[in-house]
Design a protein around this ligand. Structure first.
Ligand SMILES: Nc1ncnc2c1ncn2[C@@H]1O[C@H](COP(=O)(O)OP(=O)(O)OP(=O)(O)O)[C@@H](O)[C@H]1O
Ligand SMILES: [Mg+2]
Length: 333
């Protein structure tokens, strides 16, 4: 059994009355001592995944086993212990208390855990030295660079020597010189006895990883030829939340585009007639489909991989945010 086993992790949110599912049956394994990089663009579910791993968010379905404990099954005092001692969390925005010095920020969680003052101060100094900030212990966050603040936040996440550290885009607000220091520190943290997961949208970070988890699949076969597709009446072409790299041109019949609301009801958006296309924005913007499409009648379509689609149809700068609304056909395939 791997140290960390995530199985079929699914999280659904109600976002503005619509259902979004940033995590859909995600599986991953990671071993002790590894640095795992969770990679993906904005909105793909990185924070959602790390929140589940930290015990801050309860998933809709699936399980997280860490060192043989089912994290998703923890409640009450056991969940409190897991959050406090098993997992250390580093946030993108540091979340330091502005009125406290670096040392006091690191001491705070130790005092909350009733560690005596002297012992807490000694531990804070030890950790600040470990992250290279021994000489900054008396400074407040406002007097420190972003990289230094992030290192204080890392020291704070380590106070209970947690075997799991999760860092959510820890380099997002840093310039490249600061990024280097923070990344080297994070690389060093992943050592026997500690597993580290870092989320990022910056694929340069993958070079220091032992394992990379891509939350958004990379589509292969971008050079495939367009293909003919026949649908029966009522057949689903694609569903809201799906990832897909194909754009469809309706040749015969009609396709309806609709959204599913959080309460399960459907909202009709558009009827796509022959000569129009649909499904272009999801692949173009590398986002999940924002609506579903279903054959209103028996249909004949042509499916285009994104690259072939762009050759046939120039990008429409006024494209709607829906990702699925028909555009006038701009060329002949
Ligand atoms: N509490 C919530 N309620 C409703 N929707 C949410 C909630 N949290 C996240 N979402 C939605 O879930 C999706 C994934 O969000 P998440 O914050 O995990 O993405 P991310 O990969 O961390 O993005 P970023 O790189 O911008 O931080 C987004 O569509 C977001 O709007
Ligand atoms: Mg995020």
């Amino acid at each position: 059994m791997a140290e960390l086993e995530v199985r079929d992790l699914t999280v659904e949110f109600d976002s503005g009355g619509y259902k979004v599912r940033p995590l859909d049956r995600l599986c991953l394994d990671a071993e002790d001592g590894e640095l795992v990089v969770v990679l993906g663009p904005s909105g793909c579910g990185k924070t959602t995944l790390l929140s589940c791993l930290s015990g801050l968010l309860s998933p809709t379905a699936g399980s997280i086993m860490f060192r043989g404990t089912d994290v998703t099954g923890l409640t009450g005092a056991a969940l409190g212990r897991y959050r406090r001692s098993t997992v250390g969390v580093v946030f993108q925005a540091f979340n330091l208390i502005a009125s406290l010095t670096a040392r006091e920020n690191v001491i705070a969680p130790l005092r909350l855990a009733k560690v005596p003052r002297h012992q807490a101060a000694a531990r804070a100094d030890e950790l600040l030295a470990e992250v290279g900030l021994a000489d900054r212990a008396g400074h407040r966050p406002g007097k420190m660079s972003g990289g230094q603040q992030q290192r204080v936040a890392i020291a704070r996440a380590l106070v209970h020597d947690p075997p799991l550290v999760v860092a959510d885009e820890p380099t997002a607000h840093l310039d490249h010189i600061q990024v280097e220091g923070v990344l080297m520190l994070i690389r060093k943290l992943a050592a026997p006895g500690r597993l580290v997961l870092v989320s990022t949208h910056d694929d340069r970070i993958t070079h220091i990883a032992d394992r990379v988890i891509e939350l958004v699949p990379h589509f292969t076969g971008a050079d495939r030829d367009p293909e003919e597709l026949l649908l029966d009446r009522g057949q689903i072409l694609f569903a809201q939340g799906d990832r897909g790299d194909l754009v469809y041109v309706v040749e015969e019949g009609k396709v309806e585009v609709y959204r599913t609301r959080a309460d399960g009801t459907e909202e009709f958006l558009a009827l796509i007639a022959p000569g129009n296309y649909l499904g272009e924005l999801g692949p173009l913007l590398n986002l999940p489909r924002s609506a579903s499409a279903r054959a209103r009648t028996a249909c004949r379509l042509t499916s285009y991989p994104l690259r072939a689609f762009r050759q046939h149809f120039p990008v429409d700068r006024s494209a709607s945010a829906l990702g699925t609304v028909a555009r006038e056909r701009a060329g002949t395939p």
